[in-house]
Design a protein around this ligand. Sequence first.
Ligand SMILES: [Zn+2]
Length: 114
Amino acid sequence: MRRLAAVLTLRCPRCLSGRVWRGFISMNTACPVCGLVFDRESGYFAGAMVLSYALAVPILAAMVVALILVGGLDAVVALIIGNTAYLVLVPFIFRYSRVLWLHLDWLIDPGEPS
Ligand SMILES: [Zn+2]
């Protein structure tokens, strides 16, 4: 439960308390509490792009389906409105996909001797 809370509040995967983000779209290079370096290697956050896609598709699909079924809109119009409305969520998806990636990678390979 502490890990889930850390993910939801965008905290460090090791200490679960340091902030990953120092600004709205700027990351800390290392955890301000435990010093864990977040960008472990070149291209490290490529995995976060996959998670971003996995987060985005269900949200966007739900928005478009809701616009079609509830709003009674044409599919093309629903796609245009849904994609435009989705742009508001992009920064949030970006932040959460990176933090999810950090936690997933931490759970698989903490990169430290146990
Ligand atoms: Zn930390």
